[in-house]
Design a protein around this ligand. Structure first.
Ligand SMILES: [Zn+2]
Length: 263
């Protein structure tokens, strides 16, 4: 009896999960990126960030923007979590969403934070959004094909479970790659980089970073066959990619904030 109830609950929960829209790196990915970024802020940026975040660190706010989807006052930012590019397209050549996308969102937040005379409440809002959207910008399936809604319509079978490419890369794969907490991700992945390696990660602009994620997304479609059971080979092949995207997201977020708060 108890088992029957439990399995009914599992089925109901699984149905709920598959019907929910996917929001970007799961909370863990956003947290890990924010932890990495926090560790690389200059003292000055650290002070200003902490003040604007009401004493909290960046990880505390890193998934906050996903929760705004349930608040209709923030409907205007609902498309800001992703930027789709179909096969054969770069971000530059893809059709743009007139409501904005993750690249325009990052640029807008940076511009707002640089604005002289902006109120603290608006600075705080745009900082919280920037922390989140830099994470989304480094989430490969947030640059997925428009034709399958960023991989939501691309069925895959991962470790015996039916899922889709978007959902797999938002969270399931992160946990499969390493069963770590967000702080463990940050500690274990963020090994001390030499100056050259750090410069290499930080190089470029948000537009370059967006284009890099589009390239990674295209490669994931090519490397993820539909209706084939993916398991350890797939995890071994792509775990380093998650590590790389978390590192890039973290270092680049720190770079943007260090520049913004240097004056
Ligand atoms: Zn998001």
């Amino acid at each position: 009896m108890r088992t029957a109830h439990f399995s009914t609950l599992i089925v109901a929960f699984a149905a709920l999960m598959t019907s929910l829209p996917a929001f970007g790196w799961g909370e863990k990915g956003h947290n890990a990126i924010a932890h990495i970024a926090q560790n690389h802020l200059t003292r000055r940026a650290q002070r200003e960030v902490t003040r604007l975040l009401e004493g909290h660190n960046m990880a505390y706010w890193s998934s906050w923007a996903d929760g705004l989807r349930e608040d209709n006052r923030y409907d205007f930012i609902s498309t800001w979590h992703y930027a789709n590019a179909d096969e054969g397209h770069t971000y530059a050549t893809a059709d743009k969403n007139p409501e904005g996308d993750v690249y325009t969102a990052v640029e807008l937040c940076v511009e707002k934070l640089r604005e002289k005379g902006l109120s603290d409440s608006l600075r705080s809002l745009h900082l919280k959004l920037l922390i989140h959207f830099v994470g989304d910008m480094h989430c490969p399936m947030h640059a997925g094909h428009a034709s399958d809604r960023g991989g939501n319509g691309y069925a895959v079978n991962f470790r015996g479970r039916k899922t889709n490419l978007h959902s797999l890369w938002d969270s399931q794969f992160v946990d499969a790659a390493h069963a770590w907490s967000a702080t463990e991700w940050a500690e274990n992945v963020d090994v001390k980089l030499g100056r050259d390696a750090r410069r290499e990660i930080e190089a470029g602009t948000p537009l370059d970073w967006m284009e890099q994620t589009v390239v990674v997304s295209h490669s994931l479609y090519a490397g993820t066959p539909q209706n084939v059971s993916l398991s350890w080979d797939y995890i071994n092949k792509y775990a380093p990619l998650v590590e790389e995207k978390f590192m890039e997201g973290g270092y680049r977020l720190a770079k943007l904030l260090n520049e913004i708060f240097s004056r």
